[in-house]
Structure formats: C-alpha cells, structure tokens
Ligand binder design. Structure first.
Ligand code: ZN
Length: 304
C-alpha cells in the first residue's frame, strides 16, 4: 500500500496516476481507522443488536470481517455483508470444533443451531458455491484444535486425523479459489505448520498464542499474526515487542475474548481501541502507527 513516486517518472499522466493513488490511500487510511479482521457478528448473540451496531461502527470508521465456523454461520456472514455496499466482509469455512464426532456431539451437543451445528464432512461443492459471493474474501476459520480431545490413544488419533483431513480439504479449496485463509490453531502448532509448509497460501494465524520461535516459522512462510483480547491473558508481551508490525492484524474474535475494561456486556469491534493501545505501549509506537499499518496489512492480505 506504500505509494512511491519513482524518480524516473517524467510523464505527466504517470505522475497524475501516482498522485491520485496516493490521495486515495491517504483518504482511506484517514477514514477507516480500524478493520476488525476477525469478528463473529454473525452469531446469535448479535441478532438483536447487529442492525444498530454495524452503522455505529461505520460512524466510527470501523470495518469488519465476519467469520463463519460452519455452513450456516458462513451463509449468515455473507447475508450480513450483502446488506452493506462496503465495509462488511465474509469469510467461510468449517471450524475444527464444528466437525461432528462422538466426542464433539457429547461435548457440544448434536442439536445445536446455527454456529453450534456440527458437520460430519466438509462439503467442498457447497462451500465453493458460497464463495461466488463477492463479499467472500477468505476461507476460515479453519484449522486444528487439540485443546480438548477424547480419552484413549486410538480415539485421540482418529480425532486428530479427521481434523487434519478436513483442514487439508479446505486448504485445497482456498488454493483452488486463490483466497487467503484464516487459521484457528490451538495446542496444534506443529501439525498446523506441517499442513501449511508445502503450500503456496497466504493467511493469518488468528488469535495467535505462542512464543517468538513459534511465530517465526509461520512468519517465514509469509503468514500474518492476529492479535486480540487474549494478549491481556496469555504471556505475549515479548512476542508483541518482537513481531514486525507489518505482519500484525488486529481482531476482536467478538463476542468472545472481551478485553479488560471494555464497557460492554458483549465484546464487539469497538474494543479494538483497547487492544491497539496495549500493542502501541509494548512496541513504543503511536496508536496512529498501529492503525495505519494494520489497516494496510489487512487490506493487502484480503485484497479489500
Ligand atoms: Zn473466531
């Protein structure tokens, strides 16, 4: 997004094109002060407040990417985005915790609605059809979650293998559609890295938790790191000081992970300010710099 007017640009129309681009980018970074790169305004928690909340976000120059976790919540993310001409986008995918197994049925319940619904398999054709909407800008959230797993080695192995299989099917879809990915990884960094290392995809490790060594190998593959309210709970200070700002995206993961001191019952994209402030303090840079760079990163990754 950096605008450089080359020294050898002597043609007047070349100069005009660069100047217009420079002006447009300056206005955009002034207008759109934040982009929540990972929100779930498509969850039922927001059914009563969403139509009021989104215009309020626009008034404060906040854009939002709503992320699906299964087929129904992906459809809902698209429907919400399609209500607005700009500023709201959708990501579609099957979250590892929404994959149906004996274990997840017991843990989350089989009869869940919308974002709680479990899916036996990844239906590539159905999701590919959804991706025809111009509002779909990524595949996610997809990935691996070993935070809780069934007892017994055989069941554990089966549980992981099914997640890895469905993760790879969704990586295939992202490759096919040339879309970036939004990755969920919990207690599964090694297997996540193995799935990504030989692919030419771009994306973000959303809600990143890990140390510098963990982050470094994903940065080397070209991935971004998504930071949200978890930075107030996990030991992340050293990582935040170290990670290059041009590889960071801001996110809330709302309605989850409310940062401390956020004065709202349910987390929402307005809490980005609290997250940005903490990152600015740790990196010893201005909030303006955090906003400007993370907006550029998000626009570049998702091509928005
Ligand atoms: Zn999420």
């Amino acid at each position: 997004m950096r605008t450089i007017i080359p020294n050898d640009c002597r043609e007047i129309d070349c100069f005009v094109i660069h100047f217009v681009h420079f002006l447009a980018m300056t206005l955009l970074t002034q207008n759109y002060m934040y982009i929540d790169s990972h929100a779930h305004l498509n969850t039922s928690e927001f059914d009563k407040t969403r139509d009021e909340l989104i215009p309020n976000l626009f008034s404060s120059d906040i854009w939002v990417i709503n992320v699906g976790v299964n087929y129904l919540s992906s459809i809902k993310a698209i429907q919400i985005a399609e209500k607005y001409s700009s500023g709201v986008f959708a990501s579609i995918g099957l979250h590892p915790s929404n994959i149906k197994s004996d274990f997840t049925v017991k843990k989350y319940g089989a009869e869940g609605q919308e974002e709680n619904k479990l899916e036996e398999n990844f239906d590539l054709d159905k999701y590919q059809e959804l991706a025809k909407s111009k509002k779909v800008i990524a595949i996610g959230e997809i990935g691996l979650d070993y935070w809780t797993s069934p007892k017994g080695e055989t069941k554990k192995k089966e549980f992981k293998e099914k997640q890895i299989k469905i993760f790879n099917q969704q990586l295939d879809l992202a490759e096919k559609l040339n879309l970036p990915i939004i990755i969920h990884t919990r207690v599964s960094l090694d297997d996540t890295f193995d799935a990504l290392k030989n692919r030419k995809l771009k994306g973000v490790l959303h809600c990143f938790i890990g140390d510098i060594k963990d982050a470094e190998r994903f940065l080397n593959l070209g991935y971004f790191i998504g930071l949200n309210g978890i930075i107030f709970k996990a030991e992340m200070d050293e990582l935040i000081k170290w990670v290059p700002l041009d590889r960071v995206l801001l996110e809330t993961d709302c309605p989850y992970l409310t940062p401390p001191e956020f004065e709202s019952e349910i987390n929402n994209p307005f809490s980005l300010d609290i997250i940005a402030k903490k990152i600015a303090e740790l990196k010893d840079v201005s909030i303006k710099e955090i906003k400007k760079t993370t907006i550029e990163n998000t626009r570049k990754l998702f091509n928005i």
